[in-house]
Design a protein around this ligand. Structure first.
Ligand SMILES: Nc1ncnc2c1ncn2[C@@H]1O[C@H](COP(=O)(O)OP(=O)(O)OP(=O)(O)O)[C@@H](O)[C@H]1O
Ligand SMILES: [Mg+2]
Length: 229
């Protein structure tokens, strides 16, 4: 278990280089930062500055070229795939710009899905998913499919799906990019509320300065380096 004072995420002198034909792209050039447990952290910066690259490293979707990324004090770089999958399912929740919901499942079935993958018994999974649907404000829309929901409602479903497994860390790459400004604010408010009641750490990326200003910790990337906002 991490100690009280240990940050949930530590990024230490991380470089990430992508091969691109005969050239290579230096997406991150020596990034060092910490994310506190229970924090609401925002990554901002212009297009191409390295936000998605950094989130992918924190979520162990990809590994650094050099440097280290620790989550709960653990470096996943050398872990075998099955250990990584287990860690991701247990510790991480992901929220996507395009929601990534399963179109043939209802809202509550989408929220329930990760629990069924974890072999939680059906009745318990359904009860937890219904409670979560209520918690994210879906109300009467729980039985509707994504195609019948607004963008804001779809993102509520995605937030419920990310949180239903009780992750320590929720990673959201531009979660408001496909929403109008007012709906985007509501979704960020909801994430803050869910952070308050679950204690999960949230890290999101955004282009929106107003959303960035709602964060407790803000990191600004430019050309793969951290800069002052
Ligand atoms: N798989 C890849 N192969 C080659 N280059 C990549 C790859 N992924 C990202 N890059 C490059 O790495 C740099 C950082 O990209 P990244 O997607 O992290 O930026 P971003 O800040 O998320 O941008 P945006 O705001 O547009 O989403 C860019 O120059 C991009 O072209
Ligand atoms: Mg991006």
């Amino acid at each position: 278990m991490p100690g009280i004072s240990q940050p949930l995420v530590q990024v230490i002198e991380v470089h990430k280089t992508y091969p691109l034909g005969h050239r290579s792209v230096e997406a991150l050039r020596g990034v060092t930062l910490e994310m506190p447990q229970g924090g609401f952290v925002v990554l901002q910066g212009p297009s191409g500055s390295g936000k998605t690259t950094l989130l992918n490293l924190v979520g162990a979707i990809d590994h650094p070229t050099s440097g280290r990324v620790l989550v709960e004090g653990r470096d996943m770089a050398a872990w075998p795939d099955d250990a990584l999958s287990h860690f991701r399912a247990k510790t991480l929740g992901f929220i996507f710009q395009n929601f990534n919901l399963i179109p043939v499942l209802s809202a509550v079935e989408n929220i329930e899905y990760p629990l069924l993958l974890q072999r939680v018994p059906r009745a318990e999974a359904r009860a937890r998913a219904l409670e979560m649907a209520e918690g994210v404000g879906l109300g009467d829309s729980s039985d509707q499919r994504p195609g019948e929901l607004s963008g804001g409602q779809c993102q509520r479903v995605a937030i419920g799906r990310a949180l239903v497994t009780h992750p320590a860390l929720v990673i959201a790459d531009e979660p408001t990019a496909n929403l109008d400004a007012a709906t985007g604010r509501t979704i960020i408010d909801l994430m803050h509320r869910m952070r308050d009641c679950t204690g999960a750490t949230f890290v999101i990326s955004t282009h929106d300065p107003e959303i960035a200003s709602m964060a407790e910790a803000r990191f600004t990337l430019r050309d793969g380096r951290l800069v002052e906002p």
